[in-house]
Design a protein around this ligand. Structure first.
Ligand code: ANZ
Ligand code: ZN
Length: 846
């Protein structure tokens, strides 16, 4: 009777079936019952790794579950296909980045299709395709017209070896992350998007996400946007007809100010110190350093005194030295700081180093916000004796009244610099005309395509060195002009791909009615590494498109899941070389190298990475255990947001379980037939019936909340019950059928291939992918067990866990055996016993 579980055959059979029937294709309609599931789309590096498998399995479970519940599910897949690795491959192997990318996409698509994901492949897109990026060029021009795009000369991190601008995140300890070259600060003309216009809105929007996004992501975004309330205060410069404005969050400490510190890039520095050699020398030194916040925090705080003094705005008799300091950023606040050494640790260090006065202006200052002792102002004529809050208010009122300053809010968030001196990105569709200036390309000339004949033998941007590409004529005056050779930051592509997935007409970016209907993404799943940049840019982009009339939406992602990393033990041989898991064998819990038999050093479980060789490939797992085992394993045991430890023993355990599931079906099959009818249930049957429906109820709730590991645990419990039944004959066949079917249906989102096959074996002619989710019958959800309070003369003495249908006599009997009750009854003669069913048993006596 029993047949073996041949997963390879089953898996390819059902993948072909779903594909041929186009079951997961989503109609282009304005659905009122939609559910949009999206995993962050992959970069086509060439291979699918286990992290992808976990990510897409999480999404697929959700998509299959929601589909079974009757939603119109959209679950698409595509490729985030621009970026540096393609360019590096082009340099190394003399192949066009497009060719390299397309080959990788083909390989990865093939691997993905073997995972049995319920994807609508008809919507597949690659962002390097002109049919995609042409709309980015259109957006850029729209943004320009809406005042959201501008050019600015600013200091950027310049990598002199790679010949390109680096983002702050790409500068590590002052060096280029890849070249290791000392990064310089260069002044360059760059394109910027006005994300700062939306700083407040992006911050406020987080409130609407606080129940559906992970708290830590919200916090990270909030910190990144970095709202600070404070004041701007103007200081006159002694002997010069000019002012320096500082931004401070602590205006009440103004009497403690003993120096001003300016950024080296502050415009006034050039004005006053252009011919001061020592100052110019200092600026030079500071320029060869990263402006990344993290690096600045670590760097030693240094400064230099200018020959200028500022006048204290509240006490004109005081002159305050003006310094330049490396810790003052030009692009935060006003680029100038009032130094208050007694109340700021950075200012304190600076004051000590340069022997500046340290004047305390607050008594009892404490870091404890809920401290009873409140700090009071001292040494501050205008505000002495006031609390900090009172002092702030009074100082600001004074500043405003005397036109010295005003209350203000500053954001850490900076405008998004989108220019990259790269080839493999979307060309920015502008033209530099000697007469007309910077002019957008004509709409009819879009897309501006990347050239196919490209050479990477020179450093720098090949678009710039291409013999013809940049030479064009001005759209306004028709005279010879030069094309912009910068391309867009690749975060641009990932900022709207979820809209293009919804709708991809030939002649426009998307159909707005469809996008309005299908956004926001109901479940967005991806790595925590995107907590700030990608998610913030996409939130901004949606608002920018909203402003340009493309969509009514503001927030693109309703609910977010950030999955943990996949980890594995590491192995090293005696010389410290990393070994792959398949090079290691275990004997009696000791690890040895399979070739040499020498002992292996086993390291703790860390994120799978090629450099440490602690990876398993989806391909090898598929070959040894099958896709269903891989899918089930990566979601079992651990909640999605936690790191997951991959182990051979673990996946073997899952594989054994799948075999048991297979065999159990074979075992029960002879006892059930398709049209077996159910009758009244006896007690034993009722118990099983309740277990089935409670499982449906709980698993449904678990899946709703992404508690996949929990759902699996409950399903395995029901499975164990069925597998453990001593005699199937004593149950009505219909009940056994219901039980096995429920197990299969509820397991289907995780392990769809084996479930489809078993479903078919049970005689069904309609596939599970087309079958509705089971619904728990409320009549069977009541718990068998209840807690009854046992009272003696109205006083609680004990509680008892009993079956809800227990009769009074049995209950009474059980109660009399309880120690506490016995003791209470010691000197009492029982007169009466009152039972309020399922609540209280009261024993009354005297
Ligand atoms: C006087 C003062 C006294 C300050 C005190 C702090 C404590 P957050 O909270 O991050 O907004 N600051 C202002 N602009 C700066 C810039 N461009 N580069 C570096 N530091 C700058 O920090 C605001 C505080 O950081 C401001 O308040 C200012 O120092 C400094 F007891 O002013 B404070
Ligand atoms: Zn012109």
């Amino acid at each position: 009777m029993s047949s073996p579980y041949i997963f390879k055959k089953i898996e390819s059979k059902w993948q072909q079936f779903w594909d041929a029937k186009q079951i997961f294709k989503t109609a282009d309609i304005v659905s009122h019952n939609k559910y949009y599931v999206l995993e962050m789309f992959p970069y086509p590096s060439g291979h699918i790794h286990m992290g992808h498998v976990r990510n897409y399995t999480l999404g697929d479970i959700c998509a299959r579950f929601k589909r079974a519940q009757g939603y119109d599910v959209l679950h698409p897949m595509g490729w985030d296909a621009f970026g540096l690795p393609a360019e590096n491959a082009a340099r190394a192997h003399n192949v066009h980045p497009k060719t390299w990318t397309q080959e990788n996409i083909a390989a990865m698509r093939d691997e993905l299709k073997h995972l049995g994901l319920s994807l609508d492949w008809s919507r597949e897109l690659a962002t390097c395709d002109p049919s995609y990026y042409r709309y980015e060029q259109q957006f850029i021009i729209d943004f320009f017209k809406a005042g959201l795009l501008y050019r600015k000369e600013s200091f950027v991190n310049w990598d002199p070896i790679e010949n390109t601008v680096l983002a702050n995140e790409q500068v590590v300890n002052g060096r280029g992350w890849r070249s290791d070259a000392l990064v310089e600060q260069r002044k360059m003309n760059q394109w910027y998007l006005r994300i700062t216009d939306f700083a407040k809105d992006l911050l406020d929007g987080l409130d609407t996400l606080k129940d559906t996004w992970p708290e830590k992501v919200i916090t990270m975004q909030r910190n990144w946007i970095g709202r600070s309330q404070g004041a701007k205060i103007k200081f006159n410069i002694y002997g010069v007809d000019d002012q320096i404005e500082v931004f401070t969050t602590r205006p009440e400490t103004i009497y403690g100010c003993s120096f001003l510190a300016l950024s080296i890039h502050h415009p006034i520095v050039n004005q006053l110190c252009q011919h001061d050699e020592k100052i110019q020398q200092f600026i030079q030194t500071c320029s060869v350093a990263s402006s990344a916040q993290a690096d600045l925090d670590k760097a030693e705080k240094i400064g230099i005194c200018t020959n200028y003094m500022a006048i204290h705005p509240l006490d004109p008799s005081r002159k305050i030295p003006i310094y330049l300091a490396n810790f003052v950023l030009m692009d935060y606040g006003t680029g100038a700081v009032m130094g208050v050494p007694a109340h700021d640790s950075r200012d304190f260090d600076f004051a000590q180093k340069y022997s500046l006065p340290i004047l305390s202006v607050i008594d009892n200052e404490t870091d404890q916000p809920d401290d009873k002792i409140e700090g009071k102002l001292i040494n501050s004529p205008l505000i002495n004796g006031l609390t900090i809050a009172q002092a702030q208010e009074k100082i600001i009122a004074y500043l405003v009244a005397n036109n010295i300053g005003q209350q203000t809010v500053s954001y850490r968030l900076k405008d998004w610099g989108i220019s990259r001196q790269r080839f493999w990105g979307c060309p920015i569709p502008f033209i530099h005309c000697p007469t007309c200036g910077v002019v957008p390309e004509k709409p009819e000339n879009l897309p501006i395509q990347l050239p196919d004949d490209v050479s990477f033998d020179q450093p720098g941007n090949p678009l710039d060195s291409h013999p013809t590409w940049k030479h064009t004529s001005c759209p306004m005056c028709d005279q010879p002009a030069l094309r912009e050779t910068d391309t867009l930051d690749t975060f641009f592509e990932s900022s709207w791909y979820f809209m293009r997935f919804i709708s991809q007409p030939d002649h426009q970016a998307f159909d707005s009615a469809l996008v309005d209907a299908w956004l926001s993404v109901d479940k967005y799943i991806g790595g925590i590494e995107h907590a700030v940049m990608h998610l913030l840019y996409a939130r901004f982009f949606t608002r920018a498109l909203n402003k340009c009339g493309y969509t009514t939406h503001l927030e693109p992602f309703k609910s977010l899941v950030t999955q943990g990393m996949l980890c594995h033990q590491t192995y090293q041989d005696q010389t410290g070389q990393w070994l792959y898991p398949e090079q290691v064998i275990f004997r009696e819990n000791q690890a040895f190298e399979d070739k040499t038999g020498l002992p292996v050093i086993v390291g703790r479980s860390i994120k799978m990475s090629k450099s440490k060789h602690n990876v398993v490939t989806p391909q090898s797992i598929r070959d040894s255990y099958g896709v269903d085992a891989a899918r089930l394993f990566v979601v079992s045991d651990t909640p999605p947001e936690r790191d997951f430890d991959w182990s051979e023993a673990g996946v073997q355990g899952i594989w054994k379980f799948l075999n048991r599931l297979w065999r159990l079906c074979d075992t029960v099959l002879p006892h059930i037939n398709l049209n077996c009818q159910g009758g009244r249930y006896n007690d034993v049957e009722l118990k099983l019936k309740r277990q089935i429906h409670q499982t449906i109820n709980l698993v449904t709730n678990d899946l709703e909340q992404f508690g996949y590991n929990q759902a699996i645990a409950r399903l395995r419990t029901l499975f164990n019950v069925l597998e453990g039944l001593s005699s199937l004959e004593s149950y009505q066949p219909s009940l056994i059928r219901e039980c096995i079917q429920t197990i299969i249906q509820l397991f289907n989102p995780m392990i769809p291939h084996i479930c489809e096959e078993l479903w078919e074996k049970l005689g069904h002619t309609i596939s599970l992918a087309q079958t509705s989710w089971p619904i728990a019958d409320a009549n069977y959800l009541v718990n068998d067990d209840i807690t009854v309070a046992i009272q003696v003369n109205g006083k609680l003495r004990a509680t008892l866990q009993v079956n809800r249908d227990i009769d009074q006599d049995t209950l009474h009997h059980l109660a009399l055996n309880l120690e506490n009750v016995k003791r209470a009854l010691d000197a009492i003669t029982i007169r009466r016993v009152v039972y309020i069913p399922q609540k209280v048993l009261n024993i009354v006596g005297h």
